[in-house]
Design a protein around this ligand. Sequence first.
Ligand code: CA
Length: 403
Amino acid sequence: MLKDIYASVIHPRELVAMLKVKLSSKEQNRHHEPLSKLALQLSDKAFCYASLNKVSRSFALVIQQLPDKLKDPVCLFYLILRALDTLEDDMKFDTEEKLPLLRNFYQYIGDEKWYMKDVGDTHDYRMLLTHYPKIARVFQTLDPAYQDVISDITKKMGNGMADFSVKKVCTLEEYDQYCHYVAGLVGMGLSDLFAVSGYENDALREELRISNSMGLFLQKTNIIRDYHEDLFLGRSFWPAEIWTQYASHFDRFANAPESPDSLACLNHLVLDTLRHIPDCINYMRKLTNKQVFRFCAIPQVMAMATLAEVYNNPKVFKGIVKIRKGLASKLMLYTNDMNAVIKSFKRFMSIMIEKTNPNDPHFTQLQYQFNQIFQLLDSNSAVITPEFKIHKHYENTLMAELK
Ligand code: CA
């Protein structure tokens, strides 16, 4: 915490935001005991939310933005996909065992007799599968229309993961395909859940491309940011079609973080990620419910902040690059409408433009992308509602919701 305070000391508004989020995040679902213990104490539903808090603090925070009716389906959607991902990531299975597990997992999502012991890289992931019956029982209580969406996406994702567990991400096309399976499908499933809930228009379900892009933008940003961590874990998601243009071995970048080749490779991946921004802007413009909007927009502005941070930054090759906690808190509190999103995107794009090296081999393409995005952002701001002002009353409501 002290480190975070120092990092934000020249940004006083971030300090205030950080304190507010800190105060509001003492929410009921946060437990300090391990999940193995909580599983014996908590109701099925309370266990689901406690697990969500353990496996993803940030997702647990944004889910609080949603209307009540959507919280359970989205929480279950996340936990079930996380359980599937735990199967995918566990390296002790051989292919013969793993493929049918991934392909058939969707058949067990509502099965309270199904569980698996000792699978998963961390205690929390292992507990998700050990106590899976708790998740299955809450799943059964969901409206069948929500169940169908979750089941359909889990089936597609499991099959995609199985396909990729026997091949590597090499070409850009495979990179897009893999990201579609593990993240784009989440975007599509969320659009379905929003439509089923009635909070968003049915037409959102037809917006496959832009729903997919919402997931791809987040996923690709994380893949770029996680270079060092993934290298350490002996895996990589950077497409060979790109990185082999700059090095003969994937770990070479870690040995030469400042070299023009390393940075050119990094920026090439950032350029590829920028491609998805127009779709994301168009998606967010289509949302009509304020709470759904916040739920979708907060991760997008966070990803944009992260992309600006990693861009042309040799630290990516040396460790974990994160945005300041104070900045994250500010984005979480004030991303309330399209104007706020546009303001944040413009700010982070400007940071990127300032960092652009004229000697970068993709200098022209990068500039072109920046221009395209700026134009789109400007054309949007002409048609949307007047600038959002934070009224005391509204801020209090928001804080109450965050609790
Ligand atoms: Ca995975």
